[in-house]
Design a binder for this molecule. Structure first.
Ligand SMILES: Cc1cc2nc3c(=O)[nH]c(=O)nc-3n(C[C@H](O)[C@H](O)[C@H](O)COP(=O)(O)OP(=O)(O)OC[C@H]3O[C@@H](n4cnc5c(N)ncnc54)[C@H](O)[C@@H]3O)c2cc1C
Length: 400
């Protein structure tokens, strides 16, 4: 990187890179099985990460992590993201990472002690329960789940789905309408709901692209029927659900993109290596111009994503919400991620669809990236609207 303002955390970066190469990638298939052997190995690797002082790099030491800001995390996460399970090994997996951040920012001392500390320590898992099957997740002002005050308790009734990781989680953060008469963005509140509360029913892990998942890899349908939790479980202020969601989703989106950078680069490397190896009667695949175009386009697009991510991370560290930058990188990187993996699969021919390479699994995971945390179309709209507003105000848009 040319500019020192974007200097990487050199020593930790090398530690993370080496750990991914030596410990995580060779063990990926075992961990992915999520059976007893996989779970045991995962715990062992997590202990090794803790011993190296690299645990939970998304949150600062006062929240129990080893984080030193967004920019540093972008560099580390680029390596952690090379494997889908890297985030679990380093204790910075979605949705726990985002939940930890909002608990750190908005939680009371009691909430931090009860939920944040064990969450960041990796002793428990959590889920974030906002999306509902009956209304568009892209427009959460339409949410139907209700929480009604009854004395010192909230009584929650509603129906959610795609609550990722709800299977086996200790608690969820539930977005519920608490004042239906308030303005659209002041209606909802986030409430911490222990998963073992009466009336919380994790109905099923939804089968997504042929996979139900297990534990952390599930996306669950959850019903809340007459669920009573203390009002003290309110996260932040009553009615601040959207404000907190924004604080959660902004960083969450860029965390995804950081990991995608690792996925893109892994697919890119596999594409380049295989195109040199695979011989046709007229020479290796690498000699074909179409393949060269895919490699050149992928290189340019990946590098553009890297710089856009580092730029957004740098701005967030400087106190900027970077709404345009985060939305732009969310939809742009999601497309690049899918394109690069798809090209790598194509270069591998039928082998690209087998489990002899990680590409097929990567492709399957990548598709959802264009939908979760806001579909491409919504992020494009955010970017365009904000830029047009700046032009309408006469300031125009400054790229630097
Ligand atoms: C793998 C995965 C994990 C997820 N994890 C969680 C989670 O942990 N917690 C949680 O609460 N939710 C989660 N979600 C849900 C996710 O956030 C929603 O799917 C997303 O917000 C879109 O909502 P929707 O599916 O209801 O689609 P809808 O809002 O119904 O949109 C459908 C389609 O309409 C189009 N569209 C929507 N709005 C516009 C617009 N303004 N302009 C143009 N086109 C538009 C888009 O193409 C969009 O894909 C997850 C989703 C996936 C796929």
């Amino acid at each position: 990187m040319a500019t020192t303002a974007w200097a990487p955390p050199t020593e930790r970066l090398e530690q993370v890179r080496a750990f991914m190469v030596e410990r995580v990638l060779p063990n990926e298939r075992t961990i992915e099985k999520q059976d007893d052997a996989g779970e045991q190995l995962l715990e062992q690797l997590q202990d090794e990460v803790r011993a190296l002082g690299l645990w939970a790099p998304h949150v600062p030491p006062d929240a129990g992590g080893s984080g030193t800001g967004f920019l540093d995390y972008a560099y580390l996460n680029e390596h952690i993201g090379r494997s889908m399970f890297g985030q679990l090994v380093f204790g910075c997996q979605a949705p726990d990472a985002g939940n930890a951040e909002i608990l750190h920012l908005f939680g009371t001392d009691e909430q931090k002690e009860r939920w944040l500390q064990p969450l960041v320590a990796g002793q428990i898992r959590s889920f974030f329960s906002m999306t509902e099957p009956e209304v568009p997740g892209s427009d959460p002002t339409t949410l139907r789940t209700r929480a009604v005050r009854d004395g010192d308790e909230w009584v929650i009734d509603g129906h959610k789905w795609f609550s990722s990781g709800a299977d086996g989680a200790a608690f969820g953060i539930v977005m519920a309408v608490t004042d239906p008469d308030a303005g659209p963005h002041a209606r909802a509140t986030q409430i911490i709901v222990p998963a073992n509360t009466a009336g919380v029913d994790v109905v099923r892990p939804i089968e997504v692209m042929g996979h139900e998942g297990k534990g952390w890899t599930t996306h669950c349908e959850v019903r809340y029927t007459n669920v009573r939790v203390p009002v003290a479980n309110t996260l932040g202020a009553e009615g601040a659900g959207f404000l907190i969601a924004q604080r959660r989703l902004g960083p969450g989106r860029i965390h995804h993109v950081m990991r995608w950078l690792g996925q893109m680069q892994r697919a890119f490397e596999l594409m380049c290596e295989y195109s040199l190896q695979r011989e046709t009667s007229t020479g290796p695949l690498a000699d074909k111009q179409t393949i060269q175009n895919w490699i050149a386009d992928s290189y340019a697009e990946i590098q553009a994503c890297r710089f856009m991510t580092l730029d957004a991370a740098h701005k967030i560290d400087a106190g900027d919400e970077a709404r345009v930058e985060v939305s732009a990188i969310k939809f742009f990187a999601a497309r690049v991620l899918n394109d690069v993996i798809d090209r790598a699969v194509q270069v591998h021919g039928a082998r690209g669809l087998t489990d002899e390479t990680p590409l097929a699994r990567m492709l399957m995971q990548a598709r959802a990236g264009r939908i979760y945390d806001g579909p491409d179309e919504v992020h494009r709209q955010v970017v365009a609207k904000r830029i047009l507003k700046a032009f309408a105000n006469g300031t125009g848009w400054q790229f630097s």
